[in-house]
Design a protein around this ligand. Structure first.
Ligand code: PLP
Length: 395
């Protein structure tokens, strides 16, 4: 039988407590989700500012773009979004992508190969060990020499760069806010090292855009990063901005190059004009409604303080992503399940999404949470952890 390994692979995942599945959300209402007829307080959403639920009225009734952006899929709504973002971020140009996954993959692949050319473009891709799967997949599919530095370890990065044989160009890739740990990259160090080695720095700001910076323009705004300090910026709209899709920002030459050589851009239908208009409206809301970021920051501080008071350890993070390490996939599932029974929707993040033995409950805080939601969650967490104390001590 062809592809017999499929069911075996699924069985193995199930036996190891690593099987994934969807849960149908019947309703999103403020901080609540309804799943299988029961209402939970949602502590698993990346809609950090609650913008996914803001009403949106548009005169643009065009649902689909009808084509690749380089055919007829690029509407005036797409153009307005690009121009607005470039101006707000002080970048020469912006390219819209259908997803952050595609944006990262295409960056790695197109900067290290020229489609149609006989000889691949040689070079070096040096990537933080905890970078997103899309960067790893893109790097593996590229023609670059691919190496990874220990998470946020600038000495290790420096030594890898020093070892490079100087063949071709070098791209260093990291993240503004790390998706599974919630910590931030040492930005000024990354800029200094990249300049010292004449490399380009690329940041994935999926979890910083919308949230960080006075006006929510992310790691770039929070660190006043110029285009020459950060030649490649990628961020997504599917998290704090509350829609979907992504963008790459940089020099006109970079964007023109990608427009010609990025296969995920050229050979893919653009997202809809309606989505472009909605995204632009939400970016403006995110910039104007400072209270959303302020309330989120208060919620983060409250959660951290209450967890500390309850002597529950959280990985060191000042962002909306607050991971509680469990260390084993089955126990992480059990803890998540018990929290769900208490009315909190949380997700067990397991290997291979995170390194082995770092399976965790990834709590995400949002603007929509009220103080008592967080108080009740921490109270329930303390009970669940106490109940599972023995199993935890055997890990
Ligand atoms: C750090 C990071 N980069 C990229 C992505 C992919 O973005 P998208 O969901 O738009 O494909 C994600 C989302 O899961 C992410 O967390």
């Amino acid at each position: 039988m062809p592809f017999e390994f499929l069911s075996q692979a699924l069985l193995e995942r199930e036996q190891q407590g690593l099987l994934r599945r969807e849960h149908v959300v019947q309703a999103y209402q403020q901080q609540y989700v309804t799943i299988a007829g029961r209402r939970y307080i949602n502590f698993s959403s990346n809609d950090y500012l609650g913008l996914a639920q803001t009403p949106f009225n548009t005169s643009t009734q065009v649902g689909g773009s009808g084509g690749s952006p380089v055919v007829t899929g690029y509407s005036k709504q797409h153009q307005e979004l690009c121009e607005y973002l470039a101006a707000q971020l002080n970048r020469e140009a912006v390219l819209l992508m259908n997803s952050g996954f595609a944006a990262n993959a295409t960056l790695c692949q197109s900067l290290f190969s020229q489609s149609g050319s006989q000889s691949p473009v040689k070079g070096n891709l040096v990537v933080d060990k905890l970078a997103h799967a899309s960067i790893i997949d893109g790097a593996l599919a590229s023609h670059a020499n691919f190496s990874r530095f220990r998470h946020n370890d600038m000495d290790h990065l420096h030594s890898l760069l020093a070892k490079n044989n100087n063949e071709g160009d070098t791209l260093i890739m990291s993240e503004g806010v790390f998706s599974m740990d919630g910590d931030q990259a040492p930005i000024s160090e990354l800029v200094r090292i990249s300049q010292q080695h004449s490399a380009w720095l690329s940041l994935d700001d999926a979890h910083g855009f919308g949230v960080l910076g006075q006006n929510g323009m992310g790691t770039v705004e929070a660190n006043a990063l110029s285009q020459s300090e950060l030649p490649v910026l990628m961020a997504t709209f599917g998290k704090a901005i509350g829609t979907g899709g992504a963008f790459i920002a940089g020099s006109q030459t970079l964007i023109d190059y990608l427009r010609n050589f990025a296969r995920h851009y050229v050979y893919s239908t653009a997202f809809s004009p309606m989505q472009a208009a909605h995204t632009l409206a939400n970016i403006k809301l995110c910039q104007q409604e400072h209270w959303r970021r302020e309330k989120l920051q208060n919620n983060i501080r409250l959660f951290k303080r209450l967890m500390q008071d309850a002597q529950l350890e959280v990985l060191s993070s000042d962002t909306a992503i607050q991971p509680v390490l469990i260390g084993c996939p089955k126990l992480a599932l059990k803890v998540a399940d018990e929290l769900r029974q208490s009315g909190f929707w949380v997700t067990a993040i397991r290997t291979p999404t995170v390194p082995k033995k770092t399976d965790r409950i990834r709590i995400t805080l949002t603007t929509l949470h009220e103080e008592q939601d967080i108080q009740h969650l921490v109270f329930a967490f303390a009970e669940v952890m106490e109940r599972n104390k023995e199993e935890r001590s055997q890990l």
